[in-house]
Design a protein around this ligand. Structure first.
Ligand SMILES: Cc1cc2nc3c(=O)[nH]c(=O)nc-3n(C[C@H](O)[C@H](O)[C@H](O)COP(=O)(O)O)c2cc1C
Length: 193
């Protein structure tokens, strides 16, 4: 059930790395959230505790980490996923978490959920290929991804300072705009019959 204002956004980073640029992007998003929106960051310990997907394990009872992830998704009005790019796609850690939370499909917390996608890489292409794959997964999950603006942070080493603070003003402005659009999108979807 979607709450009234503030719009609650759950930030999920697809990286467990301590110095993760993508987690740092989410921290920036939390600081840049517009009035009327709150960005809450999913605890990465929770993500790290999710076992590799196995239908036999699920049949014996859903792991507590998965139940907690699903509940966090349910509580959110919208998701903000920051994905690294691994071999032109999304990391297994992220895909595994999405797969677990999507079962059983009848009660999936993703269905009808607005989502925005961002990503950072030390490389050249700003995670564009991973983001396109993630959009395809969002379609399978019946989520509603925001189309624009695209937030593709390339050459990340130059865009964050030593403390992991996003210093690049263009990226900061894009994240601001994205969050404004995501809030509008969440409110718009909330009003649908
Ligand atoms: C297995 C693996 C594959 C990778 N493949 C790509 C890739 O296809 N494109 C890319 O831009 N960076 C690639 N990278 C580099 C990551 O994008 C980079 O390590 C990034 O900082 C990871 O995100 P994080 O800082 O949030 O942990 C790869 C890294 C790993 C470990």
């Amino acid at each position: 059930m979607v709450s009234q204002l503030p719009v609650r956004i759950l930030g999920i980073a697809g990286s467990l790395r301590t110095g993760s640029y993508n987690y740092a992007l989410l921290r920036a998003a939390r600081d840049l959230a517009p009035p009327g929106a709150e960005v809450h960051l999913l605890d990465r310990a929770l993500l790290a505790g999710i076992p590799p997907y196995n239908e036999d394990v699920r049949a014996q009872g859903e792991p507590a980490s998965v139940t907690a992830l699903k509940e966090a998704i349910r509580q959110a009005d919208a998701l903000l996923i920051a994905t690294p790019e691994y071999n032109f796609s999304i990391p297994g850690v992220l895909k595994n978490a999405l797969d677990w939370a999507s079962r059983p499909p009848e009660t999936s917390p993703f269905s009808g959920k607005p989502v925005a996608i961002i990503g950072a890489t030390a490389g050249t292409w700003g995670t564009v290929r991973a983001q396109m794959h993630l959009r395809q997964v969002c379609q399978a999950l019946n989520m509603f991804p925001l189309n624009r603006p695209e937030v593709l942070v390339a050459f990340a080493a130059e865009k964050f300072n030593a403390d992991g603070h996003l210093t690049d003003e263009t990226a900061r402005q894009l994240i601001r705009s994205l969050l404004e659009e995501l809030v509008r999108w969440a409110i718009c979807l909330r009003r649908r019959p």
